[in-house]
Design a protein around this ligand. Structure first.
Ligand code: IPD
Ligand code: CA
Ligand code: CA
Length: 266
């Protein structure tokens, strides 16, 4: 299927930033051995990628606003459109030479998420989706969420709150509850990849708390267009506002949401 002009614009920006990140990722391996580690270098790589995406998207779509992890909110003259961008999702992986990270670009139109691109330049995996037009991997493979119906057979992903982040106790409870429910748990270190892999049916489900809009925007479109169910952890639609998310096929979503809500209460 040939991609729309909008997806082409987003893909061009993601690929260009991806080339920059891939070059920098090669350097990180050399810096790994130094005592101080590559932290400053990685911050610079992140900023370089964001700059590329900002320039490319501004050139292609005059006046659209931005919400970017490093720049923050950049209001546009076109009030109906806003790009939501994480130039490097999976920073800790990147810093440790773990090749699981992605560029995440979402587009909001009149407050509704309408398109998403998640790109891992190391695996050269490009996930794209546009509202009503389906989700694809590398333009070729149409994505569908996994169809399993028994939670006991599911492999699901989550994010573990870092040092200094809230809700460690709650996470332990949720983890305990999920450990006794599903076949296996995974943590990739990139929420954008978790969502893309759920869209691709690799993960049966993904849940996490306290994420940011730029971690989620593109991936939400991917999962929805792959036929998945997306909600916050109350079962509502406020994923970007609360930062909390659960995605899965409809049946698995229902049973995991019940479990997670029960955990919260206990
Ligand atoms: C992080 C990743 C990670 C999630 C963290 C995020 P960053 O984004 O998405 O999977 O668990 O909460 O902050 O910092 O690598 O862009
Ligand atoms: Ca992120
Ligand atoms: Ca980031």
């Amino acid at each position: 299927m040939s991609a729309s002009p909008l997806i082409n614009v987003m893909v061009a920006a993601a690929r260009k930033a991806g080339r920059s990140l891939a070059r920098d990722f090669g350097e990180v391996e050399n810096l790994q051995v130094s005592v101080k580690g590559p932290a400053n270098f990685v911050t610079a790589a992140d900023l370089r990628a964001e700059e590329i995406i900002y320039k490319e998207l501004s050139k292609a779509r005059d006046g659209y606003g931005f919400l970017m992890e490093e720049r923050g909110e950049v209001p546009g003259t076109d009030k109906s459109h806003r790009w939501i961008v994480d130039p490097l999702d999976g920073t800790t992986n990147f810093m440790h030479s773990i090749p699981i990270f992605a560029i995440s670009i979402g587009l909001e139109r009149e407050g509704e998420l309408v398109a998403g691109v998640v790109y891992n330049p190391i695996f050269d995996e490009l996930y794209t989706a546009e509202k009503g037009k389906g989700a694809f991997l590398n333009d070729r493979r149409r994505l569908r969420v996994a169809g399993r119906r028994d939670p006991g057979e599911c492999v699901i992903a989550t994010g573990i709150p870092h040092r200094g982040r809230p809700n460690h106790d709650l996470f332990h409870k949720e983890l305990r509850s999920m450990m006794s429910t599903v076949a296996g748990l995974r943590r990739t270190g990139s929420a954008a990849i978790d969502l893309a892999w759920a869209a691709a049916g690799r993960f049966d489900a993904f849940w996490e708390r306290n994420l940011k809009p730029w971690d989620l925007a593109a991936g939400i479109v991917l999962v929805r267009e792959a036929g998945g169910h997306v909600s916050d952890l109350e079962g509502g639609d406020d994923m970007l506002e609360t930062g909390n998310i659960l995605v899965a096929n409809k049946q698995i979503h229902k049973s995991l949401l019940q479990k997670l809500k029960g955990t919260d209460a206990g």
